[in-house]
Design a protein around this ligand. Structure first.
Ligand code: F42
Length: 145
């Protein structure tokens, strides 16, 4: 199963730039945010059906990844959150490796475990959560065998 659809660039210039440069250079350029590694997640648009590419912090453990729908603590979820809810089949590029995963929203103990991995990598996630009443959602991505 490989994701198909027309690539629709993000309306956020800085994020679009980082995602496109990262992908085009096989993860060699624009690979970090403040010195912390990023990944690029490709999702299928919940409304457009187009392919959306989103730079996110790299949170990996035992071959699985988490993506955190923080959007800097904004009151609303990022748009890509809705894509994941509707279309859990995604692609994730880490360095020059791009693979397919199936995402699920983490709850309970799993969510606590992965929130720990995420804040180890990017402590600001805790600050973002303090900024908003919205529960910042976390998805765990399992590789498609
Ligand atoms: N954002 C995070 O939430 N978490 C992170 O860990 C994170 C890390 C990060 C690292 C580097 C970097 O450059 C950016 C980083 N960001 C991080 C920001 C991230 O890349 C996104 O810019 C941010 O999360 C906002 O995501 P967004 O999907 O809301 O993007 C906006 C700007 C956007 O592109 N909106 C589009 C638009 O046209 O307004 C719509 C995008 C979309 O997916 N639309 C769907 C569709 O069908 O095409 C519909 C979605 C719906 O509402 O149903």
């Amino acid at each position: 199963m490989s994701l198909s659809g027309e690539y629709l660039p993000s309306t956020s210039e800085w994020a679009r730039q980082q995602a496109e440069t990262f992908e085009a250079t096989g993860g060699k350029e624009s690979a970090e945010l403040r010195g912390v590694p990023i990944i690029v997640l490709t999702t299928v648009g919940a409304k457009t059906g187009g392919l959306r590419k989103t730079a996110l912090m790299r949170v990996e453990h035992d071959g699985k990844y988490a993506v955190v729908a923080s959007k800097g603590g904004a009151p609303e979820h990022p748009a890509w959150f809705y894509n994941l809810v509707k279309n859990p089949c995604v692609a994730l590029q880490d360095g020059d490796v791009k693979k397919e995963y199936v995402a699920h929203q983490a709850e309970g103990a799993e969510r606590d475990e992965w929130w720990g991995y995420a804040t180890e990598v990017w402590p600001d996630y805790d600050e973002y959560q303090k900024k908003t009443d919205r529960r910042i959602e976390l998805f765990v991505l399992e590789p498609v065998e």
